[in-house]
Design a binder for this molecule. Structure first.
Ligand SMILES: *[C@@H]1O[C@H](CO)[C@@H](O)[C@H](O)[C@H]1NC(C)=O
Length: 481
């Protein structure tokens, strides 16, 4: 380590320690859940709190003769991309499964469940037959040629599906995981809904298992936006969630019999679920729910190596910015951070509950060390960084004002109901003024490797938020609050 980087590390540590007392994680938690209301598609319910949004996409599914109203727009556009939407819902549900009582203590449990249900209600509609699932409504190319509020959309809204002749085991697998995780989250408050979700989860898992293949070969319009690198990880992830939801040994056998446990991954994302599966299995081993054998031990070891690499005690550490933020890539870096922080947090709590520590190549790590690390990274996101900027929109005194987001960047339909046309909206895109609507709770792509941030709507790599960025943070914020 050079003396310069040593200095920077010391500086960042000071900065992070300084902030530790001042962050209001409870307020950030509340905002994080509001963000999902702003991303809602379909007919908004009477208890909608984000008032600048209105009903939108009320004909979705009509081309296919199915009701596909609802669900979430994934980011700054108005497309419903099923693959990242399912990951978003799985991560929200995992947050409730692990931190339900902490959410309850902050009076946010019912809001969190509503966020999950807005997704699962839509997935139920999108799954009209066991081996049919609608995985996208709208398409990125036609959507991106317009800059419109969702309430005004004039571009084509075709529905795209997978079925036996056009498989997509990654999409079906991730949605099965979302259903199974949500079934656990709803078990306490709504057992009949929970069992409905389990039925869908089982059917989609079987569909995925029996009809392998990557979904973009069936839904080609998804390929240039959310290209899946494979489906084996989603099958394992779905099996792990179904095992947890049903205790059915068959799902455990499926995992044990699979050839590939993924190795030590470099990231956990909407595309790559190996880390999630590895951590679920590792937690079960620590709790004595799984018996350690070679295969499960491999999953646990890979989960732990990933966490060691995040906390800079591994053999292949994740890169960092100068001020210490974990760094993967220039385009939407924070999505990889929030997912990593979630698994680190829940693993730390399982270590505590089972009186274990983590043995990393760089030394022994206590659960408290892990939580301290998580808190420092969350504090960076919330404003304890060289720019003094919160990368959660609407949090603290300084946050992104020009989020790359169609709805937020155009006057609310409640304020001015005259339609904004496909091309007319680009006038709003080009304005220097801050967005007229604050996209509260959204986590944007984030700073660059030099801890810098350009607050511009055209800077989609840094200034676009996505539901998959914020979802993993909900549970982490509940835990820290
Ligand atoms: C729901 O709770 C019951 C009673 O505790 C339990 O037997 C069942 O496995 C749970 N189901 C899910 C999906 O968590």
């Amino acid at each position: 380590m050079s003396s310069t980087s040593y200095f920077c590390f010391g500086f960042s540590l000071l900065l992070l320690l300084h902030s530790a007392v001042s962050m209001d994680y409870g307020a950030a938690l509340t905002k994080s859940l509001l963000y999902f209301e702003a991303q809602r598609s379909g007919k908004l319910p009477p208890n909608q709190r984000v008032q600048w949004r209105g009903d939108s996409a009320l004909n979705d599914g009509r081309d296919a003769g199915v009701d596909l109203l609802g669900g979430y727009y994934d980011a700054g556009d108005d497309v419903k991309f099923g693959f990242p939407m399912a990951f978003t819902v799985t991560m929200l549900a995992w947050g409730v499964v692990e931190y339900g009582s902490q959410l309850q203590a902050k009076e946010e449990l019912s809001n969190a469940l509503e966020c999950i249900k807005w997704g699962t209600d839509y997935f139920i509609k999108a799954h009209p037959e066991p081996n049919v699932f609608y995985g996208e409504v709208g398409d990125g190319d036609s959507d991106h040629s317009c800059w419109q509020r969702p309430e005004d959309m004039t571009n084509t809204r075709n529905s795209y599906r997978i079925d036996e002749q056009h498989p997509g085991a990654d999409l079906a697998g991730e949605t099965a995981a979302a259903f199974a995780a949500a079934a656990i989250a709803f078990n306490g408050s709504n057992p009949s809904y929970s069992s409905q979700l389990i039925t869908h989860a089982k059917q989609l898992f079987d569909f995925a298992k029996n009809h392998p293949g990557q979904y973009q070969n069936s839904i080609s319009v998804a390929g240039s936006f959310y290209l899946s690198s494979g489906y084996e990880d989603e099958l394992l992830w779905a099996a792990a969630w179904l095992h947890r939801a049903t205790q059915d040994k068959g799902y455990m056998d499926y995992i044990q019999q699979s050839v590939n446990s993924g190795g030590t991954r470099s990231m956990f994302s909407w595309d790559d679920k190996y880390v999630g599966t590895q951590v679920l299995i590792a937690k079960n081993l620590l709790k004595g729910k799984f018996v350690e054998d070679g295969k499960f031990g491999e999953y646990k070891s890979n989960a732990e190596q990933f966490i060691c690499n995040c906390i800079q005690k591994g053999s292949s550490n994740v890169q960092r910015t100068r001020a210490g933020l974990l760094w993967w890539q220039p385009w939407n870096n924070l999505q990889y951070l929030t997912s990593s922080l979630f698994v680190t947090t829940t693993y730390a709590d399982t270590l505590t509950a089972t009186q274990n520590t983590l043995q990393c190549p760089g030394g022994s790590v206590t659960p408290e060390d892990l939580i301290t690390f998580v808190r420092s990274q969350v504090d960076y996101i919330l404003g304890s960084n060289p720019k003094g900027m919160s990368y959660m929109v609407g949090f603290g005194p300084k946050y992104p004002q020009h989020v790359h987001h169609r709805g937020a960047s155009i006057v609310s339909i409640k304020t001015d109901s005259s339609p904004v046309t496909c091309k007319g909206g680009f006038d709003w895109f080009g304005r220097n003024e801050p967005n007229p609507n604050v996209l509260e709770g959204a986590i944007v792509g984030g700073p660059d490797q030099g801890d810098d941030y350009t607050d511009s709507r055209s800077n989609y790599q840094q200034a676009e938020a996505a539901t998959a960025n914020t979802a993993p943070l909900v549970g982490v914020l509940a835990r820290l609050a």
